[in-house]
Design a binder for this molecule. Structure first.
Ligand code: PLP
Length: 406
């Protein structure tokens, strides 16, 4: 049979975070020890809290193993709404929440429901890769607004306005950003979020704030949810269980579209239609997430301990990275990543992709090339592992860079 021609958009399916996985596996099979610092998976180093596991098991034992309501079980949507009231003083209707199979699914739904080929979306750069890939899968074009190192990777509202001004002729449907950010660890200030809301309002652009790391914020840094500053402007908050509830494999996320204007209501109904197409998200995991959110005291205790450890590891890794003559990283304020700038001019390697592949083959360290996040000339290091593993790995990265210096 002749080779079937796939959709031209299918070329955009993929993920830079996992692109070296096959090579890593091959090297491992040949006996090389690989340290993986590429996936932001807290459950590898921090056991998922006991209360979540027990709630999951209890759902299984009581026969909650079938499909659930397409938009998620009511108990979970009520628990998410109550959490938003507790943390952000917002009182959303549980019906404004659609439970998804991870935030990943919410991102895919969003691009698919907003974008016709040729439409655009505004993406803050460096970005989480799926924002761009999902958009391109629907035939959309990204318009990037750069978050600069000198602004500690937070958005500069003037740059945002200027960026939008240059694209007046394009149909910009939404803007999307992660706060706290993956890969930079930046946490946006309240005043900046307010300005973002003003810009979105003036330009009639829907806001999507990915707040999956809202509980992973370091050392008293104040986190502001978009929902605290966007009253009267249509927006969505994406959140979920993966990071703050340390249960990436449960595959539970949500989209909350709380405003009551006609547009928000229409968008959330469409969101629910997308959810109908895949019938249901993981049923026992929904019970576990609902239960965990209702256990406010225990959860706070667990997450505080976990975030303190993560903050110490990220700081430790950042200080070590900054001792290397060939790397520089801004100190993150949240999440669990380091975006480290390579001194490419002083290296005999072509680009960050060559650095990533070389590090894997020569030193057995798997990181992700920064260009996968719109930050060429950087590497992203996941700083979740215990200090001794981080120390050993960063020393190997430095050794590799010294070996490849000009
Ligand atoms: N959004 C951001 C910013 C992320 O960093 C990730 C995962 O790393 C996701 C979404 C996907 O999360 P989920 O496990 O809920 O699909």
């Amino acid at each position: 049979m002749a080779m079937l021609k796939l959709s031209r958009y299918s070329a955009y399916a993929g993920n830079p975070i996992e692109e070296e996985d096959k090579l890593a596996e091959r090297l491992e099979l040949s006996g090389k020890k690989i340290i993986r610092l590429n996936r932001g998976d807290p459950a590898v180093y921090f056991p998922t809290p006991r209360y979540m596991i027990d709630a999951y098991l209890s759902a299984l034992n009581s026969g909650k193993t079938g499909y659930s309501f397409h938009a998620g079980i009511r108990e979970l949507r009520v628990a998410i709404a109550q959490r938003h009231r507790r943390l952000y003083n917002l009182d959303p209707n549980p019906d404004s929440i659609i439970v998804t199979q991870g935030v990943s699914e919410a991102i895919l739904f969003a691009s698919s429901l907003f974008i016709d080929p040729g439409d655009s979306a505004l993406i803050f750069r460096p970005y989480y890769p799926l924002y761009v890939d999902a958009l391109r899968l629907s035939g959309g074009n990204p318009i990037f607004v750069d978050c600069k190192e000198e602004d500690e990777f937070r958005i500069n509202p003037d740059a945002l306005r200027k960026g939008l001004g240059q694209h007046k002729a394009e149909k910009i449907k939404y803007m999307i950003f992660a706060n706290p950010s993956n890969p930079t660890g930046a946490v946006m200030r309240r005043s900046e979020l307010k300005e973002i809301v003003e810009v979105a309002k003036d330009n009639e652009v829907f806001i999507i704030s990915d707040e999956i790391y809202d509980e992973v914020v370091f050392n008293g840094e104040k986190f502001t949810s978009i929902s605290e500053v966007s009253k009267g402007v249509p927006y969505a908050v994406f959140g979920g269980a993966s990071k703050g509830f340390d249960s990436t494999g449960f595959r539970i996320g949500y989209a909350m579209i709380p405003e009551q204007d006609r547009q928000s209501i229409a968008i959330r109904e469409k969101f629910a239609d997308y959810a109908k197409m895949r019938l249901s998200s993981n049923t026992p995991a929904q019970y576990a997430f609902a239960d965990a959110m209702n256990k406010t005291g225990v959860h706070k205790e667990e997450i505080t301990k976990m975030v303190e450890k993560i903050a110490a590891r990220v700081n430790f890794a950042c200080d070590l990275v900054n001792k290397s003559k060939y790397l520089y990283a801004t100190k993150p304020k949240g999440a669990f990543y380091l975006l480290a700038k390579l001194d490419m001019k002083r290296l005999d390697l072509k680009d960050d992709q060559e650095v990533a592949a070389g590090l894997l083959v020569e030193e057995g360290i798997q990181i992700t090339r920064g260009s996968g996040f719109g930050a060429p000339g950087h590497i992203r290091i996941v700083a979740l592992a215990p200090e001794e593993i981080l120390e050993q790995s960063i020393r190997k990265i430095d050794k590799f860079l010294v070996k490849h210096s000009k």
